[in-house]
Design a protein around this ligand. Sequence first.
Ligand code: HEM
Ligand code: HEM
Length: 184
Amino acid sequence: MRSTAKAVPGYSATAIGLHWIIALLIFAAFGLGLYMTGIPGLTPTKLKLFSWHKWLGVTIFAIAVLRVLWRATHAAPPVAAGTPAWQARAAEGAHHLLYVLILVVPITGYLYSSAAGVPVVYLGLWKMPALIGQNDELKEVLKFAHAWLNYLMAAVVVVHAAAAVKHQLIDRDGTLGRMLPFLR
Ligand code: HEM
Ligand code: HEM
């Protein structure tokens, strides 16, 4: 079976690097987001963690833009031979949705900060522009959107990762090895 897995074409080093850098940073930003919002009151630690969260989010957005541009100019390897058409379509749909979410989630966070009237000072060095004016009604909508788009992204990632593991361990078609070459 390993020979079948080896025969499946994988992603390039750039695609793999971008995939895992973004995934790791998103896991960190997601965990930090949940943790920091759970801290009661307005402590100095909480404010520091909010800043770190925003820096992480802005960094993720910048890498996500590069990734989407890179992907738009570089095709993905063909799906494993024998993959049912519906599964290939479902995977493609999930991938498109994930590309949208890795852009839209940080955008809603940024707009939320702008609407709340709190500037983002990237790495404590560069005061980034407010994209919209302070607005209490919009602030609540954006806070809700940021949280729920995050939960949607988490749900899609869980299904996405579970599908990859299922293909690797049950179907044994080398899918996970396309993104983790040491498994090939
Ligand atoms: C992919 C990047 C990001 C991820 C994964 C992420 C994730 C999260 C999560 C899970 C929460 C907690 C939501 C809740 O349960 O209430 C949160 C809250 C928050 N995020 Fe993000 N975030 C990202 C980007 C950003 C960016 C770029 C900014 C601003 C520049 C930002 C600003 C905030 C703020 C201010 C909150 C607190 C909301 C509140 O007061 O309840 N986030 N984020
Ligand atoms: C925040 C986390 C993640 C995001 C945003 C994400 C996003 C994506 C996207 C957009 C693609 C499509 C690449 C392309 O064809 O252009 C992809 C592929 C892939 N991802 Fe993820 N991913 C995440 C986490 C994971 C995890 C945790 C695993 C494994 C446990 C995983 C395994 C894979 C595999 C195996 C592929 C290749 C699928 C195929 O060959 O059709 N990903 N991912």
